[in-house]
Write a new protein. Structure first.
Length: 424
């Protein structure tokens, strides 16, 4: 009211005309105040708190570190955009990481504390299927959506949970691509030795091969289990050597893959193909084995050669560049990094689609999500797992990861057959 009276006085008396510019600025400033509430302005809201139990120490520390990298790339990016937009309000993101020491029971305990003490509104999954299985119980009990990228065992998603969603292809797909690739090679491999850790993820990978390989004309001549996390696998490798297979497959994790490869060299286990479910895609595999890592294949959730047109966020090339800029000297990101970023993107888009931070509405938006990002299609079946995204096969050649299958995205041909150890 005061501003109207002053303006009228100015209209009747030119003595105050010099004040017009100042008054105009004051009036405009008042009109655009209120924390950015003027026309066309975006308001800033409170932080979105996301919790993640993650292996910083223990058996899975290397993979846990890669997972964290993938989350941090997204967190940096989304906060530079001002945060996640919810109903016209920008909310910056605060991801709280806590070390579960690679112990699945600790993942559950930490997630509960993140919810009750740190007031986490959403969860990202820990590394590994065993840890993810315990975390899923907490998400369900608290009805807090958890989007995870590193637990591929389908057993997680066969419990009827409604609040856990996995962006990665399920465990049964990890080595099927290697069998598909092998079926195209000449001479075609005919026999397979399958070694497997005894955890749920690894057994799902192995059991899928035991069923799938015969459909491609390959006979599984050995299926041998070992204790999850074992590093002395000489007996298992000796059994594989006795079976004299064309293909040696291992379903396990990084430390086990390194141990098997070392034992294969020591015992001169020769095969046309060596392929491991988890491990070869990571930089640590090459660091640990040097030239002995060459020729090894793995099934990969993602490589820099995949060809997807993203609906939002970065392209594949932009993502690789962003990773190299943030983590200089580490080379290309491996699939653990990429899938961890993809989990964040799925949560972001679900929040945006829900137009709300209400956990039930975000859960419903996740269940309905169907979006393609640099990682591939993210869509969930009725159980909450992503059965829609294919995997690829890569091989280490001269110390470098190359995508070798399928042919339409490959940047190199498979180096086949693998030379005998004494001929390398």
């Amino acid at each position: 009211m005061l501003s109207v009276m002053v303006l009228k006085r100015i209209g009747r008396n030119g003595r105050f005309s010099a004040l017009l510019p100042i008054i105009s600025v004051v009036v405009l400033a008042c009109g655009s105040g209120g924390g950015g509430g003027g026309a066309g302005a975006t308001k800033t809201g409170s932080e979105i708190v996301i919790g993640e139990a993650l292996a910083a120490t223990g058996l899975n520390a290397n993979e846990g570190g890669l997972t964290k990298q993938g989350v941090q790339i997204w967190q940096d990016w989304v906060n530079k955009q001002g945060g996640i937009t919810v109903g016209g309000v920008k909310h910056k993101v605060n991801v709280i990481f806590q070390d579960d020491a690679s112990a699945p029971d600790q993942s559950a305990t930490i997630d509960q504390k993140l919810i009750t003490e740190s007031k986490a509104q959403f969860l990202l999954g820990p590394y590994g299927s065993s840890a993810t299985a315990t975390a899923a119980v907490i998400a369900e009990q608290n009805q807090i959506p958890m989007v995870e990228a590193n637990g591929a065992a389908q057993s997680i998603f066969n419990q009827g949970y409604k609040y856990t969603f996995g962006v990665l292809s399920p465990a049964n797909k990890y080595l099927e691509g290697v069998i598909d690739m092998a079926a195209t090679l000449n001479p075609k491999p005919a026999t397979v030795a399958m070694l497997s850790a005894d955890d749920n993820f690894s057994l799902e990978v192995a059991n899928a091969i035991n069923t799938y390989a015969p459909t491609k004309g390959m006979n599984v001549v050995l299926f041998k289990k070992y204790k999850n996390g074992a590093t002395n696998l000489g007996a298992e490798v000796q059994a594989a050597k006795a079976a004299n297979p064309d293909i040696v497959l291992n379903s396990g994790h990084l430390t086990e893959a390194i141990a098997i490869n070392k034992a294969a060299k020591q015992q001169k286990l020769n095969a046309k193909i060596f392929a491991y479910s988890v491990g070869p895609s990571t930089p640590d595999f090459i660091t640990a084995l040097g030239a002995d890592a060459n020729f090894v294949y793995d099934g990969s959730q993602w490589t820099p050669q995949v060809k997807y047109t993203p609906a939002f966020y970065l392209t594949v090339a932009q993502y690789v560049a962003a990773y190299k800029a943030k983590y200089a000297g580490l080379g290309d990101p491996d699939y653990h990094v990429a899938e961890s970023t993809a989990a964040c993107l799925a949560l972001q888009r679900a929040i945006e689609n829900a137009g709300s931070l209400d956990p039930k509405k975000v859960r419903d938006a996740l269940a309905a999500l169907d979006v393609t990002v640099f990682f591939g299609q993210i869509k969930f079946d009725s159980r909450g797992i992503n059965i829609y995204k294919p995997m690829v096969v890569e091989q280490i050649q001269s110390g470098v990861h190359h995508t070798v299958f399928p042919a339409d995205i490959a940047d190199a041909q498979p180096m086949y057959p693998t030379p005998a150890w004494d001929q390398r």
